[in-house]
Design a binder for this molecule. Structure first.
Ligand code: FAD
Ligand code: GLY
Length: 362
């Protein structure tokens, strides 16, 4: 890193949604904060994300603590979006649109029934819909659709707008922002504490078991305007997120391919094929962009947030895998607590991996 930085209380490495939100909250608590990103802010997983706030759809019976954490962050989202709008004048595109989980055939219907039973046991809001009722709510769904599950509490925001609002909030609060500033060695940073929020690349900066999980996706546009669908649609093989203005996000593959971000014909074909089976009108849309992003995955699919068990100077804020947009409000508060002398008690502290990790090259 060649740029001369001011001395700071906190240097945040990585300016995705996690690093920016943590920096903003830390600054609100009176700390001098710098954020460094080797590229443009948000250019990692954050801008590639769909922006679903989906604790219910993503619930897993084996991951109870994570479910509670995801639900708590979802609960905080409306106030978080309102505060960002208040401070910056920017709208993050929060839409309380709800989601539908769709089944095309008998096998998928059986799967959806199991998912419903599981969520009911966990006390989550779900509603079983016959195909006809799902089509009443979303008339463009395929007539052959067998069954659907309404998830009224799973909503969405627009990640590119979230990045823009967080940047503006940081800038107005007095956070020092350094895009295009690679950190090769955290020992070179002149700060009391260092927050590592480098997403899928975090393992190159210390001992943390984070790996990249590739997701290919498409941005689509309806030249005739909004109206093809209003809910987030989830189906075997992907999901479709309407932005409410004729733009749609179709995602996403899940691939273990290291740091490869190539867009493949197969990836695009499968996304479009599966989406068209539930919403045939999707094939009329125009393609704005096909791209791939890297989710920061961890061995237990949960984030890693807290002071490093060996080096007290380091605070980890990484490993948010499929839910970093959802978890942005809660992680930012936990990091700010950590930086101001607290040691919040939660299940996602880095010491759970302490015995098993060593730094990995990016
Ligand atoms: P990133 O956004 O990846 O930011 C890390 C930053 O660190 C990057 O900008 C990078 O340039 C920088 N960096 C790395 N190394 C260095 C270095 N050495 N020096 C300086 N800077 C460095 N989550 C949801 O909640 N809902 C969704 O619907 C959703 N959909 C997704 C769809 C796809 C296709 C993908 C890929 C992810 C999705 N996610 C979703 C997950 C979400 O995008 C991530 O969990 C979240 O963006 C992680 O944010 P981050 O700030 O930790 O990482
Ligand atoms: N949460 C959606 C994804 O990661 O693809």
């Amino acid at each position: 890193m060649s740029t001369q930085l001011p001395h700071a209380d906190v240097a945040v490495v990585g300016g995705g949604v996690i690093g920016l939100a943590a920096a903003w909250r830390a600054r609100q608590r009176g700390l001098e904060v710098v954020v460094l990103d080797r590229a443009d802010f948000g250019a990692g997983a954050s801008r590639a994300a769909a922006g679903m706030l989906a604790p219910v759809a993503e619930a897993d019976a084996q991951e109870r603590a994570l479910l509670v954490h995801n639900l708590e962050s979802a609960r905080r989202w409306p106030a978080f979006a309102a505060e960002l709008a208040d401070v910056t004048g920017l709208d993050v595109g929060y839409r309380a649109c709800g989601s539908l989980l769709l089944a095309r055939d008998r096998d998928e219907a059986e799967h959806v029934e199991r998912e419903r039973a599981l969520r009911e046991r966990m006390g989550l809001a779900v509603e079983r819909l016959l195909g006809s009722e799902a089509r009443r709510r979303e008339p463009a769904l395929a007539p052959s659709l067998r069954l659907a599950l309404a998830l009224p509490d799973d909503h969405a925001v627009e990640p590119a707008r979230l990045v823009a609002a967080l940047l503006e909030a940081c800038s107005r609060a007095g956070v020092h922002l350094y895009p295009h500033s690679v950190v090769e060695d955290i020992a070179t940073l002149d700060a009391e504490r260092i927050v590592i929020a480098a997403g899928a690349w975090s393992g190159s900066l210390g001992a943390v078991p984070v790996r990249p999980v590739k997701g290919q996706a498409l941005r689509l546009r309806d030249p005739s305007g909004p109206g093809l669908c209003d809910h987030v649609l989830r189906f075997e093989g992907g999901y479709l997120v309407p932005r409410g203005d004729g733009r749609y996000y179709l995602g996403a593959t899940m691939e273990e391919r290291g740091f490869d971000t190539a867009v493949t014909a197969l990836g695009v074909y499968e996304l479009l094929r599966d989406a068209a089976e539930v919403l045939p009108g999707i094939l009329e849309l125009e393609i704005d962009e096909a791209f791939a992003g890297l989710r920061p995955g961890t061995p237990d699919n949960a984030p890693i947030v807290g002071t490093d068990p060996v080096d007290e100077r380091i605070v980890w804020a990484t490993g948010h895998f499929r839910n970093g947009i959802l978890l942005c409000p809660i992680t930012a508060e936990l990091v700010a607590d950590e930086l101001t002398g607290g040691r919040p008690d939660h299940a996602f502290r880095p010491e759970r991996f302490a015995a098993t990790t060593e730094a990995t090259p990016a």
